[in-house]
Design a protein around this ligand. Sequence first.
Ligand code: AMP
Length: 294
Amino acid sequence: MIIFTRVQELQDHLDIVQNQQKTIGFVPTMGALHEGHLALVEISKKDNDISVCSIFVNPTQFNDLSDLAKYPRTLEKDSRMLESVDCDILFAPEISEMYTEAELELKRQNVEDKGWTNGKTVDFGQLDRVMEGTQRPGHFNGVAQVVSKLFRIVRPNRAYFGQKDFQQLAIIRSMAKQLELPVEIIGCPIVREKDGLAMSSRNVRLTETERAVAPLISKTLFKVKEMKADHSIAELKAFAETELRSEPLMQLEYFEIVDAETLQPVNDYKDAKNVVACIALKLGNVRLIDNIIL
Ligand code: AMP
């Protein structure tokens, strides 16, 4: 595996790869890697000649600066994990490689920076006005900003994202479409721990007691999927909310059943082709999300 920290050096290398007509698969991450991330690299390796993984803790997508400071950084271990799945390239830039001082100043002033659209109009419509969008103002703008920068640097044929961040995947699809970026966006299944908890870099921050109750999240989602056959959406919501509120260590932010395309809440199964149940909650100080396609 070759490790690049500089944009120019990575691009020089990828120019050669592209001149050889090789395809590039790309897996953007914020590091603190786990099996879920490695699964994305493995899928990319199957589909492409060269796989690039990036590790960059993106400041502009954090609306809570203490969350940014607490985000785990384990670059050496991550690098060994990527080697173990034969990832070809790791791109791990410093902040100054990714953002200009002016962009960082906007972030410091809490101003939403729309410069990443390159003058085009990008409108996520209702996609960023629900769920994570209401809980984390500016979050998806920061995600779209960094992913569009990374796409311009790496110029991948395909990019791989986990369905764990279902809304993020929808936002990125929409961004790539609106900016007409020549990249295929591929959504990949959620990888879970044996007890069902969705793998997340944040899980290491759970105390032993919190970790012990965390599987209630996925257990509730699996049960909701099972109940779908003979219960209404209102009944599923009532069931899930009661379950998750029964655990005193959990503070439920939302449980929503939404149209998998538009992410708008649905009241009836027939209102959408596919529906997905989405959860966000705080377990102690750790914010966790999970979802399941029903
Ligand atoms: P992150 O660095 O954790 O923000 O995520 C980087 C990529 O990994 C995103 O596309 C996530 O959706 C994906 N990802 C994170 N956790 C999982 C998981 N448990 N299963 C599958 N993909 C995941």
